[in-house]
Design a binder for this molecule. Structure first.
Ligand code: NAD
Ligand code: UDP
Length: 317
C-alpha cells in the first residue's frame, strides 16, 4: 500500500513508519517538527519505499500539496501535540491538529478513497467516572480546563472522523490510545516515563505529582504498533481502546524505577496538575474480540528496553 503518515518524526509515528516499511509498504512521512525529532527518522535516510516532507498538516496548502504526492491507499493521522507539557505550551496548535489537520487528512483520504486512521486518546474519557474505561463511556471532560485543548480537539477529531464515515462512507478507524512508552520518547518530553527515567539516570529526585495515588496503565510501543496495524485494516468503524490494562499507581511506578535502577534518587512531591485524571485503565475486550489483539510486553521488559535507549541518549549528550 501507499501510506501517508502525519506525525512521522514523533515517538509512535516513527515506530509505525518502521513497521510499515518492514511490511513492504511505501510510506510518505510528514511532520513539522513541533515536538518531533529528525533523529527518530535518521536511520531511514536512503531507505527504499520511504520519503519525507516537512509540512504543517494544518496549513492552507496542505491538502493540495499532499494530493500532488498521491495516490494513497492508507492515510494515518498521528500529528498532534501529545505530552501534557507540550499541549499546555501550544494549546492553539493542539486544537488545530485535532480539527484543521484532521479535516485535511480526511479530505486527502476522501480524494483517493483511501482508508483513514486517527490516533485518538484515553483523554476523551477525561477524569473517568467509569472504571476501567470501555469505549461506550462518554467521558467526564472539563471543556474549559487547561487540558481541554487536547481532550476536546481529540473529541472533535473523533466526531469529524465519524461524520466523514457517515456522510461519504469513508473507511475510517479510531484508536483510543492509552499511555504508551518506549524508545524515542524525548528526554525532556515531560511525560512520566521519560521524566522518571531521565531523573533516575541523572541521579535527580523523581518528581511525583500529587500524592502519587493516581493510576495509569502503561503500554509498550511495540504492542501499540501491532494494535494500530491490526486496527487500520479492520472493518471496525467505532473507537477501539488500545492500551495495556496493567494498572499501577504513580507511587508504585516511581518505586519500581528506583528498584530497577538501584538508584537512591528520592521522591520529590509536586502539586497535582489541574484535572489530572485520578484513575485510568483500558478495558480492551473490544480490541481482543475484533482485532485478536492484546499486549504481550510486560512493564519490566518494556522498561528495560526503554532504559537502555535513554542510557544511550544520555551518553550521547
Ligand atoms: P509525539 O509528540 O512524539 O509525536 C507527534 C508528532 O506530530 C511530532 O513529531 C510532531 O512534530 C508532529 N506534529 C504535531 N503537529 C503537527 C502538525 N500540525 N503538522 C505536522 N506534524 C505535526 O507524540 P506521540 O506520543 O508519538 O503521539 C502520537 C499520536 O498518538 C498523537 O496523535 C497522540 O495524541 C496519540 N496518543 C499518544 C499517546 C501516548 O501515550 N504516547 C496516548 C494517547 C494518544
Ligand atoms: N506525573 C508525575 N511526575 C512527572 C510527570 C507526570 O507524577 O514528572 C504524573 C501525572 O501527574 C499523571 C501521570 O504521571 O498523573 C501520567 O502523566 P503523563 O504526563 O505521562 O501522561 P497523562 O496520563 O497525564 O497524559
Amino acid at each position: 500500500m501507499q501510506v501517508l503518515l502525519s506525525g512521522a518524526a514523533g515517538f509512535i509515528g516513527s515506530h509505525l513508519v518502521d513497521r510499515l516499511l518492514q511490511d513492504g509498504h511505501r510510506v510518505l512521512g510528514v511532520d513539522n517538527f513541533i515536538t518531533g525529532d529528525a533523529v527518530n527518522l535518521a536511520h531511514l535516510t536512503g531507505a527504499a519505499n520511504w520519503s519525507f516532507v516537512q509540512a504543517d498538516a494544518t496549513s492552507n496548502d496542505f491538502v493540495a500539496r499532499m494530493t500532488d504526492l498521491g495516490p494513497f491507499d492508507l492515510v494515518l493521522h498521528l500529528a498532534s501535540l501529545a505530552s501534557p507539557k507540550d499541549y499546555l505550551a501550544y494549546p492553539l496548535e493542539t486544537l488545530e491538529s485535532g480539527s484543521t489537520a484532521t479535516r485535511n487528512m480526511l479530505e486527502i483520504a476522501l480524494r483517493f478513497e483511501a482508508r483513514f486512521l486517527i490516533t485518538s486518546t484515553s483523554e476523551c474519557y477525561g477524569d473517568p467516572l467509569e472504571h476501567p474505561q470501555r469505549e461506550s463511556y462518554w467521558g467526564n471532560v472539563n471543556p474549559i480546563g487547561p487540558r481541554s485543548c487536547y481532550d476536546e480537539s481529540k473529541r472533535f477529531a473523533e466526531a469529524i472522523t465519524m461524520a466523514y464515515h457517515r456522510k461519504y462512507g469513508l473507511r475510517t478507524n479510531i484508536a483510543r490510545i492509552f499511555n504508551t512508552y518506549g524508545p524515542r520518547m524525548k528526554l525532556d518530553d515531560g511525560r512520566v516515563v521519560p521524566a522518571f527515567l531521565s531523573q533516575a539516570l541523572g541521579a535527580k529526585p523523581l518528581t511525583v505529582f500529587g500524592d502519587g495515588t493516581q493510576t495509569r496503565s502503561f503500554c509498550f510501543v511495540d504492542d501499540m504498533v501491532e494494535g494500530l496495524c491490526r486496527l487500520m485494516l479492520s472493518d471496525e468503524r467505532e473507537p477501539v481502546n488500545l492500551g495495556n490494562p496493567q494498572e499501577i499507581t504513580l507511587l508504585e511506578f516511581a518505586e519500581r524505577i528506583q528498584r530497577m535502577l538501584g538508584t537512591s534518587s528520592p521522591l520529590e512531591f509536586h502539586p497535582l496538575p489541574e484535572n489530572d485524571p485520578t484513575r485510568r485503565q483500558p478495558d480492551i475486550s473490544k480490541a481482543k474480540r475484533t482485532l485478536s489483539w492484546e499486549p504481550k510486553v510486560n512493564l519490566e521488559s518494556g522498561l528495560a528496553t526503554t532504559v537502555a535507549y535513554f542510557q544511550g541518549r544520555l551518553a550521547a549528550h
